[in-house]
Write a protein that binds this ligand. Sequence first.
Ligand code: SAM
Length: 186
Amino acid sequence: MTGHDLLSAISLLIVLALCLSVLIFHAFTGVPPLSSNATETADVVALLKQADLPEQSIVYELGSGWGSLVIALARAFPNAHIRGIEISPLPYWISRFRTRNLPNVLLHRGSFYNFDLSDAHAVTCYLMIKPMPKLAGLLDRMLKPGTPVVSLSFWFRDREVAASRKSSGLLGATALYYWPARKADR
Ligand SMILES: C[S@@+](CC[C@H](N)C(=O)[O-])C[C@H]1O[C@@H](n2cnc3c(N)ncnc32)[C@H](O)[C@@H]1O
């Protein structure tokens, strides 16, 4: 085997390991690394504009994936600090590359359940049905009352929606909550 063959084999192994890691983290979290499209990110931005965030807001994007929503938020709110948290290594590193020229973006790798979100002025997420109840518990413990939370496609079923927008995407509408958004009869 030549040096060139060895290098090719190692590169192939690294690519395979990264692809495998996407499957493993998908299985672990139950959330696939789908990217939000332009219409969906525009809906999230419109709902956050409606929430009238203060200048220099801190916005957490929970499960920031390949970075599409982080990028849209950073461009729409240039004075805000956009903090993405992503558990899966390949999407995380690709989003790091995609956001390298956006000074108002900070990306962290890890599970958002292990982060302190108490300085959030707003939170966004695009996950799946399964993690929503556990995430609601985390937000109950972390967020100041009245903090805007925007969830793309998957809603917090037991919370009061303040506003919503019907995306053209396959998965349904995007909802704005003012946390903890408890329903009156609860
Ligand atoms: C549907 S993708 C959305 C990506 C991005 N928010 C967007 O709109 O383009 C959801 C992402 O959440 C990540 N995720 C799921 N559970 C997580 C957790 N507990 N901590 C951090 N990231 C998580 C997944 O790895 C996946 O990349």
